[in-house]
Ligand binder design. Structure first.
Ligand SMILES: Cc1cc2nc3c(=O)[nH]c(=O)nc-3n(C[C@H](O)[C@H](O)[C@H](O)COP(=O)(O)OP(=O)(O)OC[C@H]3O[C@@H](n4cnc5c(N)ncnc54)[C@H](O)[C@@H]3O)c2cc1C
Length: 433
């Protein structure tokens, strides 16, 4: 028997706008799953926000060519994935707060869903959007979904999370659980649109200096499929007990940073691989990395902007040298230290260097060149393909001796890092190299 629908039934359908940011995936995506469950139709949207490509007060650019290209590829991949469900991704070039209210009105949207970020610039955008939507009587729903452990599953409230990483790790691993992944949707109903927008060209995104010379030599390709394939290859990487700790490089961070890969997906796939074919020495290392990632995100939630200040968690600022020549030499890989030069060249060309390499170039910057650490952090923000505010500024603050982990922050030095990184004076490539 067919039920006759009232004439306006279609226009009454509930429409939810899914605002994609650093969650460019279909797997383990709570925002998407929730929106699909609650709405008759969804409108997925991505904004290329011009603010993320502007110059900074540190004479750097917020996003350099390598990461801009990676973001573009990842958005394109998400669009293709949504097209395979018979829909699309609306791609717009502009600020969310300028464009979202109009979209809500034009498409009769009842709610907007998005993932909550932790750094102040991102949360400020959310607050601004929330205020504007509120005036339209539309709710902006925040979901927290970037971490391995959910905030509510931790054994302490955010304000009481230990500042010492070792304590955070011990208690979290002992008392918290990692939730299962959300299932990848098998059906999506989309709002009908005539024009889904075009991806801006790289030259339209980049600030002047970068746009005129966007040399891109990255070894990473953006997108969820590429991320899942890299994870799969990693899980099947031959076991080797001879691998030294500093040589273990999974190279998952660019996809994790942009949300093409969920940390829970990494965790559960590793747990399944352990059950089926036994643990591999580097599984533990990668899972510890994910804990570091959670730690810095939770620390940002706890302490906010302190991580962006030169004095960090200390009472006084150590007087740094304002030596433009040394700063440029470090950036352009022309210092007096050959290994630092090699690594900075690699960073400039590919957007990626290992953790040990980051520690080496950062300790050289802070303790040998005696430059102000925030300038180094801002440069890595521009260059890193895996840039994530909490991971970058949190690690830099600790390396510079102004971090919040008192057990860690005073223990860095260039000679020490050099010995760890390269005990035999050789530069050794690794897994996935
Ligand atoms: C000065 C400095 C700046 C950094 N800036 C960033 C950044 O902007 N973005 C970023 O993702 N990581 C940053 N890191 C952390 C770390 O160097 C990279 O995450 C790591 O090198 C990525 O390689 P991988 O995927 O092979 O890591 P693995 O060692 O295999 O670890 C698995 C994952 O855990 C996370 N992780 C590992 N170590 C850390 C750590 N110390 N802090 C936070 N997360 C970690 C990453 O997501 C990584 O992909 C920085 C470290 C330093 C010392």
């Amino acid at each position: 028997m067919q039920i006759a629908l009232p004439i306006n039934a279609l226009s009454m359908s509930k429409k939810i706008l899914v605002w994609f940011r650093n969650d460019l995936r279909l797997h383990d995506n709570e925002v998407l799953v929730e929106a699909i469950a609650k709405a008759d139709e969804i409108l997925p949207v991505y904004f290329f926000d011009p603010r993320y490509f502007e110059a900074t007060s540190y004479h750097t650019i917020k996003t350099g060519a390598v990461r801009a290209q990676f973001i573009r590829e990842s958005v394109e991949a998400l669009r293709q994935a949504l097209q395979s469900f018979g829909g699309n991704l609306l791609v717009l070039h502009g600020k969310p707060e300028d464009l979202l209210p109009g979209l809500v009105t034009a498409h009769n949207i009842s709610e907007v869903y998005h993932h909550r970020e932790v750094a102040s610039e991102e949360t400020a955008v959310s607050t601004h959007v929330e205020d504007l939507l509120w005036k339209q009587k539309v709710n902006l729903k925040h979901i927290i979904g970037h971490t391995l452990y959910n905030k509510e599953d931790l054994p302490f409230p955010i304000k009481d999370i230990p500042d010492v990483f070792a304590q955070f790790k011990k208690k979290t691993e002992r008392d918290a659980i990692v939730k299962p992944c959300f299932l990848t949707p098998n059906q999506i109903n989309f709002v009908a649109l005539a024009d889904w927008g075009t991806l801006p060209e790289l030259s339209a995104l980049l600030a002047n200096g970068e746009a005129s010379n966007p040399v891109i030599n990255s070894i990473f390709k953006g997108g969820e499929q590429q991320a899942l394939q890299t994870l799969d290859e990693l899980l099947h990487f031959p076991e080797s007990n001879s691998l030294k700790k500093v040589d273990i490089v999974a190279k998952l961070s660019p996809w994790l940073a942009l949300g093409c890969l969920s940390p829970r997906e990494v965790y559960w796939k590793m747990k399944h691989a352990e059950t089926s074919s036994g643990s591999k020495p580097f599984f533990k290392h990668v899972l510890q990395g994910l804990l570091w990632r959670d730690y810095y995100r939770f620390m940002f939630k706890k302490h906010g902007n302190t991580f962006f200040k030169a004095k960090g968690f200390t009472q006084t600022v150590t007087q740094a040298v304002a030596d433009e020549k040394s700063l440029q030499a470090w950036k352009t890989a022309t210092t007096g230290q050959p290994l630092v030069n090699l690594l900075m060249k690699q960073l400039n060309e590919t957007g990626f260097i290992t953790n040990a390499a980051r520690l080496l170039v950062a300790t050289y910057f802070v303790y040998e060149l005696k430059l102000e650490w925030v300038l180094g952090a801002a440069y890595l923000e521009e260059r890193l393909i895996d840039y994530a505010p909490a991971s970058n500024w949190g690690n830099w603050a600790n390396v510079a001796g102004v971090g919040n982990d008192i057990k860690l922050t005073n223990g860095y030095g260039f000679d020490k890092q050099l010995k760890i990184f390269d005990p035999k004076g050789m530069y050794t490539p690794t897994i996935n190299a």
